[in-house]
Structures are given as structure tokens and as C-alpha cells.
Ligand binder design. Structure first.
Ligand code: NAD
Length: 328
């Protein structure tokens, strides 16, 4: 199948591109920044259109020239950038999603997968943040008053659902829990969600890292390969009933479990973790996404607990000769 992957060179998109290629599909990457560092080994095997997703004519051209059947739309800017310039943030992350939907409709593409976020949810309350918390399912309120980025994700979801209602264009929105993986570092994403990456970077560089408390703090942390797999499933699974899916690790891991996983993969890692909780440390506080809908309708289940994720990360670090860029 010919599949357009916008943002297909990014932290999540690179694995979407790679997984589609491995499955025998033809991923056509549409990305504004010609940074091939995360796909250097397959660069000659993929079609890449360098362009701006905001350029509607260029998107239409790509859909036509490559006879695109489905779209995975990942290109976006991050929360810091969206808050810094709300007009640009809303345009790139929401209005452009509508342009993608419209282009899909005009060119008879039959499915659009959209990468949403936990940011699309209303602020998460105490029931979910307590240590005996409930998993958050797709019925949770999605009225994000606390970030421009979140508002753009919620608006995009609503427009996708309306395109499906009006035109039958299948729309799949995947709301991701916090993500870690190769290439996700401060120069690329600002200082958002980088705690897990910082831990692995320190381990790789042999630099000491110490948490006085927080070892018992649970988090939903998802490896980028799992995230990418959910996009691939969202794109290829038989037409799912619903449009919105929560994607996470399916369980929580404590900070200590994560560090133990890192140490199992990198035994020399000089990381120390003290006991107890540390509400507010790390991304998203202490809560977990309910992924049962994604399991039932897409066949999604996370495959990478921390140790396996870091082992995979090491493999790609070597294979792609990636530079370790430490975040702050
Ligand atoms: N990483 C996370 O923690 C996380 C969490 C929730 C949701 N998401 C969503 O997942 C998607 C992918 O995120 P990522 O972490 O891979 O981001 P990324 O920044 O690593 O990749 C995004 C890619 O999009 C490209 N891009 C940006 N603007 C573009 C434009 N105007 N035209 C064409 N290409 C453009 C960039 O060059 C980059 O390669 C985004 O929609 C993001 O909002 C990510």
C-alpha cells in the first residue's frame, strides 16, 4: 500500500516509516527537515518529499504523484513552540490537520491516522493521580484549557471525527502517553518529556545521576517503537469502530523499575534512586492510560518494557551511529 507519512523523519515517524517498509508497504515520507539521522540505513529505500504540510498544493501533489491510499499524519510542532506562538501553533497543528483531511477527501484517500496526545485531555484530576488510580480511558473529558498544543490536538480530533461523519473518510486518532526513545532530546523537542531520555543519555555517557526520592513513583512511559507500531496498526487494521484510542505502555513502571531496566541493559550505569513518591517529577504525573480499546480494535499491545526498550535503543544507536546529545 502507498502510505504518506508526514513527519516521517521524526522520533516516532522514523519507526512508522521503517515498520511500513519492513511490512512490504511503500511509505512516502513528507517532511520539512531533511534530517535523515534516524533513517540513515534505509534512506535510499524510501521516497521522501521535502515540503511543508501547510502547503496544501504540495500535499495534493504528493498524494497524486504517489497514488497515496492512506495517510499517517505525524508532522506537528511541540507544546513550547505552540504556546510561544499560538497563531502558528494552531495553524500547523490544527488547521493543517483539516487541510490534510480535505486533501484526503479530494484525492480519495480512505484513511487518515492522526497522532494526538494526552494533551488533548482536560487537566487530569486526583482520582487518576493517586497511587491507587484508575486507568484513563477515551471517555475522559477532552477540553484542554491548559495548553495551546492540547487545544490543537482536541480540535484536530473533532474535525477528523466530523470528516468521518460527513464523508466516510476513516479517521483514527491516537492519543499518546509520554514517550521515550532515540532522537528525543532537548534540541529537537525542548525540555518536554525528556526525563526517561535523560536517564538513558546519562547511562550511555557513564555520567552519574541521583534521585534522592521518587523510586516508587509510577509512570506510564512508552517506547517510541511501540508508539510507531500503534500508528501502523491504526493505519492497517480492519476498519475500527471507534476513532479515538489511548496508546501507552498498558501498565505503569516505577522510576526504580525503569532505572533497573536501564541498568540491566547498561550494567555500568551510575544511577541511584531513593525511595518514595515524587508527585510532579517527570512527565505527566502518576497515571496510566487504559489501552484496552486499542487492544480490542487495533490489536495493539506494547512490546517493549524498559529493559528491552533500552536494549533496542542500544542496537539502533550503534547501527545508525547516532550521536548522544545530552538534554539539560
Ligand atoms: N513524542 C511524544 O512524547 C509525543 C507525545 C504525544 C504526541 N506526540 C505527537 O506525535 C507526533 C510525532 O511526534 P515526534 O515526537 O515524532 O515529533 P518530531 O518533532 O520528532 O517529528 C516531527 C516531524 O515533523 C516534521 N515537521 C514539523 N513541521 C512540519 C511541517 N510544517 N511540514 C512537514 N514536516 C514537518 C519535523 O521535521 C519532524 O521530522 C506529533 O504529532 C506529536 O504531537 C508525540
Amino acid at each position: 500500500m502507498n502510505i504518506l507519512v508526514t513527519g516521517g523523519l521524526g522520533v516516532n515517524g522514523c519507526w512508522v516509516t521503517r515498520q511500513l517498509l519492513e511490512m512490504g508497504h511503500n511509505p512516502v515520507v513528507f517532511d520539512i527537515r531533511p534530517d535523515f539521522s534516524l533513517v540513515s540505513d534505509i534512506a535510499s529505500d524510501i521516497n521522501v518529499v521535502q515540503g511543508d504540510v501547510a502547503d496544501y498544493a504540495a500535499v495534493l501533489r504528493a498524494l497524486k504523484e504517489h497514488r497515496i491510499e492512506r495517510i499517517c499524519h505525524l508532522a506537528a510542532i511541540y507544546p513550547d513552540a505552540a504556546d510561544a506562538n499560538p497563531v502558528r501553533g494552531f495553524h500547523l497543528n490544527a488547521s493543517v490537520t483539516v487541510q490534510i483531511l480535505e486533501a484526503a477527501r479530494v484525492m480519495d484517500v480512505d484513511r487518515v491516522v492522526f497522532t494526538s496526545s494526552l494533551g488533548a485531555l482536560s487537566p487530569i484530576g486526583e482520582d487518576y493521580l493517586a497511587s491507587e488510580r484508575k486507568p484513563i480511558n477515551e471517555d475522559h473529558h477532552a477540553y484542554p484549557t491548559n495548553s495551546v498544543y492540547g487545544a490543537t490536538k482536541a480540535a484536530s480530533e473533532l474535525m477528523g471525527i466530523n470528516y468521518e461523519r460527513l464523508y466516510g473518510l476513516k479517521f483514527v486518532a491516537l492519543r499518546f502517553a509520554p514517550i521515550y526513545g532515540p532522537g528525543k532530546h532537548a534540541p529537537r523537542h525542548g525540555n518536554i518529556n525528556v526525563l526517561w531520555n535523560r536517564i538513558v543519555e546519562h547511562a550511555l555517557m557513564g555520567e552519574p545521576m541521583k534521585f534522592d526520592t521518587g523510586g516508587d513513583q509510577p509512570y506510564d512511559m512508552t517506547y517510541s517503537q511501540d508508539v510507531a507500531h500503534s500508528v501502523v496498526l491504526g493505519c492497517l487494521a480492519p476498519r475500527p469502530e471507534h476513532s479515538v484510542f489511548h496508546i501507552g505502555s498498558g501498565r505503569s513502571h516505577t522510576l526504580r523499575e525503569f532505572v533497573d531496566g536501564v541498568k540491566a541493559a547498561i550494567p555500568s550505569a551510575p544511577i541511584e534512586v531513593g525511595p518514595g513518591f515524587a508527585e510532579g517529577v517527570g512527565p505527566g504525573g502518576a497515571w496510566i492510560f487504559d489501552t484496552s480499546r486499542a487492544k480490542a480494535e487495533l490489536g495493539y499491545e506494547a512490546q517493549y518494557p524498559p529493559k528491552e526498550a533500552v536494549q533496542d535503543w542500544l542496537h539502533w544507536l550503534e547501527r545508525l551511529e547516532l550521536e548522544i546529545i545530552p538534554s539539560k
